[in-house]
Write a protein that binds this ligand. Structure first.
Ligand code: SF4
Length: 123
């Protein structure tokens, strides 16, 4: 699925048709659930929801993530309107970085940089 409006493209693992008439993305992660939802996993789910909303023209209010290495534990992600506006803000920021060719500033919490795959090129 792709959206010219949102400037995103992705392959949703499954689209669920819920009994209330809304749709929901189901995403499989070959990972363990760590008792909290990583921001990256949450936003991936939100971006999938935006793609589904536009493609099917139906409401998408929640999604599900299946953590395969935690005995297929299913975690529900409930979306708020603010999640979609924040995702759009991040997308526009990424577009600006791509279009201007500028690296973003380093984050303040250096602990996250330890195992970051962009560490060698990050300014
Ligand atoms: S090294 Fe990675 S985590 Fe650290 S600031 Fe750069 S991109 Fe962000």
């Amino acid at each position: 699925m792709a959206s010219d409006i949102e400037h995103i493209k992705g392959r949703v693992d499954e689209v669920l048709h819920l009994s209330d008439g809304s749709l929901a993305p189901l995403d499989y992660k070959y990972a363990e659930y760590k008792e909290f939802l990583y921001r990256t996993h949450r936003y991936q789910s939100i971006l999938y929801a935006m793609l589904i909303k536009e493609a099917y023209e139906k409401d998408v209010r929640r999604g599900f993530i299946c953590y395969v290495r935690s005995k297929n534990k299913i975690v529900e992600v409930v979306y708020k309107d603010s999640n979609f506006s924040e995702a759009r803000r991040i997308n526009i920021e990424i577009l600006r970085i791509i279009q201007t060719g500028h690296f973003p500033k380093r984050i303040s919490s250096r602990i996250r940089c330890i195992d970051c795959c962009y560490r060698n090129i990050c300014v």
